[in-house]
Design a protein around this ligand. Structure first.
Ligand code: TXA
Ligand code: MG
Length: 353
């Protein structure tokens, strides 16, 4: 199997020759992983059906779950979407470039492979100099799912991409760790009212401030597996973000959570399991386990989001069997963090009281 090429690049001012090398690969139908402000994406020419099919193969992703199409200018949206409403236009002007993906009814110009046969298309403009330079130099919109093997936590560094996809893709643009750490918010504009299908880097609170009416899909804050029929976004029904270890999320008021996490850690260790605790700065000192890690302060949910996927991967590398994770407040970026943690646990949620 071919070796994947690592291309180091400055995150703020990417060297144009390096970008040209990567764009050449995209134009020839190859696969290049690249940093965005959220997580690393695995890019392919969005208007080349063969290239898009290779994305699914490399990631071992189910064929019914389409990637997000990344653009570097708003003009492309008018070609990909059947209609751009004044509301959509306002959202693009307010939040782009940035971690907000918009789902539109697709135009006739979009091929079936790009959208897995759906009648809609998901588009975003990333806020990252490397991503934008790559799209511009490739002269095509770039289809890019997160650059992890299907089901694994999304990659927040080039090293994570390499661990999952070395030998399966052509190149990785290494622009250092990503800033936001969780994926973009997916907002469905194809029906009324706009519906958040996946919470992410753009807080729901920010959308509510500018939209008259916007709702969270029931799946977003679900505490158990919902029936598949209810899923409007195909990604919802697939297993996600799961490290190898079994994850247990402990939710509730901090003092009660502290007691419950201690109790669980102790009982799993007594049974002979290697136990990891995913704590916060405020509670870290209270725990004894094989590995205890902090997501950051409970009062800085942006930092918690930044650290989440990296720490889940670290526990895996350390061979932890069970990860006991503290819940954090479901506000601002905490909503995305809790959505990912709950999914990673397979909805193994313990309410501490
Ligand atoms: O931050 C991000 O969004 C990252 C970076 C690389 O941009 N990308 C990302 O892509 O997370 P991916 O493929 O891992 O997740 C895309 C999500 C999936 O949940 C998928 O089901 C949903 O977007 N999606 C894609 N097309 C859709 C559509 N037409 N309608 C509804 N949901 C769609
Ligand atoms: Mg993904």
């Amino acid at each position: 199997m071919k070796q994947t090429v690592m291309l180091k690049v400055d995150a703020q001012q990417p060297d144009s020759e390096t970008i040209r090398v990567a764009a050449d690969i995209i134009r020839k139908g190859g696969l290049v992983a690249f940093p965005t402000e959220t997580v690393y994406g695995l890019g392919a020419d969005a208007v080349n059906p063969d290239a898009v099919l290779k994305l699914f193969e490399a990631k071992k992703r189910p064929l019914d779950n389409p990637p997000i199409v990344h653009v570097a200018n708003v003009g492309d949206v008018y070609r990909l979407a059947e209609q751009v409403t004044p509301e959509a236009d306002m959202l693009m002007r307010t939040f782009w470039p940035g971690p907000l993906t918009l789902v539109f009814k697709r135009s006739a110009a979009v091929t079936d492979a790009t959208v897995a046969g759906l009648g809609t298309i998901a588009v975003r403009m990333p806020q990252h100099a490397v991503a934008l330079a790559l799209i511009r130099e490739s002269r095509c919109p770039i289809a890019a799912p997160s650059a992890n093997l299907a089901g694994k936590p999304s990659p927040t560094s080039a090293k994570h991409v390499f661990e999952d996809l070395n030998g399966r893709i052509d190149a990785i643009l290494d622009g250092g760790p990503t800033l936001i750490g969780v994926e973009s918010t997916v907002l469905d504009l194809s029906g009324e009212p706009p519906l958040v299908l996946r919470p992410g880097g753009t807080p729901f609170e920010a959308l509510r401030r500018v939209l008259g009416d916007v709702k969270l899909h029931p799946f977003v804050a679900a505490e158990k597996e919902l029936p598949i029929e209810k899923a409007r976004s195909p990604g919802m029904k697939h297993k996600h973000y799961a490290p190898k270890a079994q994850v247990i999320v402990v939710e509730g008021a901090v003092p009660a959570v502290r007691v419950k996490v201690k109790e669980l850690a102790e009982s799993y260790r007594l049974k002979g399991f290697k136990v990891g605790v995913l704590a916060t700065d405020e509670t870290l000192a209270a725990y004894e386990a094989d590995e205890v890690k902090s997501l950051g302060s409970r009062f800085n949910l942006a930092v918690v989001a930044q650290n989440l996927f990296r720490l889940l991967r670290e526990f895996d590398a350390e061979g932890v069997d069970v990860i006991i994770a503290e819940g954090v407040p479901s506000e601002e970026l905490g909503l995305a963090v809790m959505n990912r943690l709950r999914k990673a646990s397979g909805y193994n949620i313990v309410k501490a009281a």
